[in-house]
Design a protein. Structure first.
Length: 257
């Protein structure tokens, strides 16, 4: 039995060591990249086609049945047109529109949990097929048949949590129509990078919009975007100081205490 337990312990140690080694290797690659940029500001990302990214997946949503548009050769109006003159709003793949993000979010949450439990059990065995007499002979001063077992447990738990968040974002991002869905909705994707000294601020936005929600100024509000994915962050010297070191993150994940 001790040999089996020892083998299991060694297996666990080997597994944990492998995880730590893999994490250290990945972190080391990132560290080497950062070391190669010492003394230089972070580099801007290249302008790439978002549909060629490995993480890109075409959007597929439930669509209504297709309808055949009637053609009126002698009419000044075209089916699907939104104005008499040419519409300057985005309406096909590759067109650009502006996404307006004016977000003011506030959330307050307080939660308190108190739990307490007390349990007590007594068990007496005055007669046990005559074995109680034999037990008193073996342990005359220890065994008492009137109180063979006595259990007493007390559990108490108290927890409290408070969340108070206040966020305000006001920005405008140009996005590209990368896909037109069969029902006429547009899948958009926009990305913006701004470098100030040694810090790069990144803004990314993606989602699905309706053509009718695009204003005459070729703009759409963020609250009109379905499946919206908005990211506002950065990378550089300031972001490095704000992030915990990867060693602390690894310990927070693997330590059970």
């Amino acid at each position: 039995m001790p040999t089996k337990i020892t083998q299991i312990s060694w297996r666990r140690i080997a597994l944990v060591s492998s995880l730590i080694g893999a994490t250290a290797l990945l972190s080391g690659c990132n560290a080497m990249k950062r070391l190669s940029e010492v003394g230089e500001p972070p580099k801007l990302s290249s302008i790439d086609n978002p549909t060629q990214s490995e993480a890109y997946r075409p959007v597929s949503l439930p669509m209504p049945a297709p309808q055949v548009a009637e053609r009126n050769p002698n009419s000044l109006w075209r089916a699907g047109a939104r104005s008499f003159f040419k519409d300057q709003r985005a309406n096909q793949v590759g067109d650009i529109l502006t996404v307006v993000v004016e977000m003011e979010d506030r959330a307050a949450l307080a939660n308190t949990t108190v739990r307490s439990r007390t349990n007590s059990e007594d068990l007496a065995v005055p007669n046990l097929f005559g074995l109680e007499a034999e037990m008193t002979k073996v342990l005359p001063e220890t065994i008492d048949p009137t109180s063979m077992l006595d259990f007493d447990s007390n559990t108490s738990n108290r927890g409290a949590g408070t969340l108070d968040r206040n966020e305000a974002i006001d920005l405008r991002v140009a996005a590209i129509v990368i896909q037109v869905l069969p029902n006429g909705n547009y899948v958009i994707h926009g990305r913006q990078e701004i470098r100030v000294n040694s810090e790069i601020r990144e803004v990314q936005i993606a989602g699905v919009i309706r053509a009718a929600d695009i204003s005459s100024a070729n703009e759409v509000n963020y609250d009109k975007i379905a499946e919206a994915r908005i990211s506002y962050g950065g990378r550089g010297t300031i972001s490095d100081v704000q992030q915990p070191r990867y060693g602390s993150e690894v310990l927070d994940i693997i330590l059970p205490f």
